[in-house]
Each structure stands twice: as C-alpha cells, then as structure tokens.
Design a binder for this molecule. Structure first.
Ligand code: BJW
Length: 228
C-alpha cells in the first residue's frame, strides 16, 4: 500500500502560519507579483528580502500541530508493516520535519534555506537575507534569495513526484485550495490513473468535485481522525 499525501498551507494554519488565499491570507496583504516572482525580486530585492525575513522570523516560533504529528505517526506505522507514505508538501515551512516525518519532498522549496541567484548554490540559513551576504560557492555578493519557488519558476523534484504519484494506491490532499499548478492537477492525474482520491480541508477546494472522498474541518482534528 502506497499513500501519496499532498499538503498545503491549511495543514500549518493552526500552527500560526498564515495561509495564502483565505480571508487575512498572505496574498490579501501583499501583492504576489511584487514579492513572489523573479521579476519582483529583480525590481525590488530589498522589499522581497524583508518579506521573507519576516516569514523566517515567524517560522522560528512555530510548532507542529496534531495534523503534522498524525502524518509522522502514519509514516512510521506504514513503514513498520512494509507500506509507504510519500509526503509531498507545497509548504516552505519545516513543521512536518519538526513533527518527525522522515521523508518530506518540498516542491515549493524551503524558507530556511538560502539560494544564490547567480550560481543557484543553496545552504541552510535561518538568519536574515541581506544584500551584503557573499555566496560561499561563487563568491558573489547581492544574490541571496530564499530557496522558494516563485510564480513562473519550475517546482522542484517534479520527476520524483510524478513517479511516486504513478505508484500510489491512494492520493490524499490536505489543506490546499487547489488553485496553484502543477500541484492542483495531481488529483486529476491520480484519477486518470485509477488511484483513489481523498480531500481533507477546512472547506471544499476548487477541485473538490474531482475527489472520491471528502472530509471537511480543521486539519488538527480531521487528519488524526483519518489516520486512526
Ligand atoms: C485549512 C485550515 C485548517 C485553512 N485545516 N484546511 C493558468 C492556468 C494554469 C496554470 C497557470 C496559469 N497561469 C500561471 C500558471 C502557473 C502558476 C499557477 O498555478 N498560477 C495559478 C495562480 C493560476 N504556477 C506556477 O507558476 C508554478 N510553476 C510552474 O507552473 O512552472 C512551470 C513553468 C515554469 C516556467 C515556464 C513555464 C512553465 C510555480 C508556483 C509557485 C507557487 N509559489 C507559492 C509561494 C512559495 C513561496 C512562499 O511561501 O512565499 O507557493 S504561491 C503559494 O500558493 C505557495 C503555496 O505553496 C501555493 C499553494 O497554496 P496553498 O497551500 O493551497 O494555500 P491556500 O492559501 O491557497 O489554501 C489553503 C487552504 O487551506 C484553503 O483551501 C483553506 O480552506 C484551507 N485551510 N485553514 C484545514 N485549519
């Protein structure tokens, strides 16, 4: 039995990390073209670094909730009986890892990793992104950016993700609005391959009609109940 789980911002909402498209979501306060595109970074790197530095600071204080812990428990239980949980997250936080998940694929990157705009070298870094930072790999200054995937950039690990999805017996989507591609298309791909699908979310997502099974409510309650 292989279960492919896709998580989104809703799984971390009860840990105090904002979602993007809900009332009070990140994109109601910030213009996404300005802070989450390569063009925005080229136009105003100071503003973009400030935006991500504030989010890095928030992340320091955030702790996993019952949904993250339930998924980590499920991974261990499945592994113990020779089955597999394949956890793919759109989230750039590290709450799955903090909860004990062993293998997490971050398709939209990781907030606590810095990438050099010039040479693409990455290094773990929870400190503030600055214009003065010198890249340890290429020696150039001024290229420090968060290792996250902006609109118009290619999501990470896509070959690995497509392979895992094709091998799954069950696809479960948790806490995502289903509005950002390619992740939003996974449920349709899964259905086309005959894989059972389940949505867990606060409310029906944009793709709710595609799922076989639906469970609605806060992730901290619904995910542990589903894992039982
Ligand atoms: C709870 C809850 C609780 C709340 N319990 N639930 C037109 C058609 C199709 C595609 C496109 C198009 N135009 C452009 C595109 C492509 C574009 C795209 O999809 N745009 C759409 C907006 C239409 N996609 C891209 O650009 C991607 N790249 C790509 O396609 O590459 C191919 C390519 C490249 C180059 C050339 C050609 C092709 C990249 C997408 C990158 C997304 N990046 C972000 C920012 C990451 C960094 C950062 O954090 O700042 O990723 S955007 C943001 O959205 C973030 C998230 O991972 C992503 C998804 O959001 P998510 O997780 O679903 O959050 P929300 O807020 O939307 O939803 C939360 C849900 O939780 C809600 O439903 C709530 O109800 C629920 N919830 N509390 C349970 N307690």
């Amino acid at each position: 039995m292989k279960i492919f789980v896709l998580t989104g911002a809703g799984v971390s909402a009860e840990s105090g990390l904002g979602t993007f498209r809900d009332k009070d979501g990140v994109w109601t306060k910030y213009d996404l073209e300005t802070v989450a595109t390569p063009e925005g970074f080229a136009r105003n790197p100071v503003l973009v670094r400030d935006f991500y530095n504030a989010r890095r600071a928030n992340l320091m204080d955030a702790a996993p909730n019952a949904a993250h812990f339930a998924l980590a428990r499920l991974e261990a239980e499945l592994a113990a009986r020779g089955d597999e949980l394949w956890l793919c997250t759109q989230n750039v936080d590290d709450l799955h890892e903090k909860a004990g998940s062993r293998r997490v694929v971050h398709m939209h990157g990781e907030l606590a990793v810095t990438r050099c705009h010039y040479c693409q070298a990455t290094c773990p870094d929870r400190g503030a992104l600055t214009a003065e930072a010198v890249c340890g790999a290429c020696g150039r200054a001024g290229g420090a950016r968060p290792h996250v995937v902006w609109f118009g950039e290619m999501p990470l690990h896509m070959d690995e993700i497509e392979d895992a999805l094709a091998e799954a017996d069950l696809f479960v989507s948790i806490g995502t609005s289903g509005s950002v591609y390619p992740a939003a298309g996974f449920v349709t791909q899964a259905r086309a391959m005959g894989i059972a699908t389940c949505e867990i979310n606060l409310e029906p997502s944009a793709n709710a009609y595609v799922f076989d099974e639906k469970r609605y409510g806060p992730a901290s309650r619904i995910v542990p109940a589903w894992v039982q």
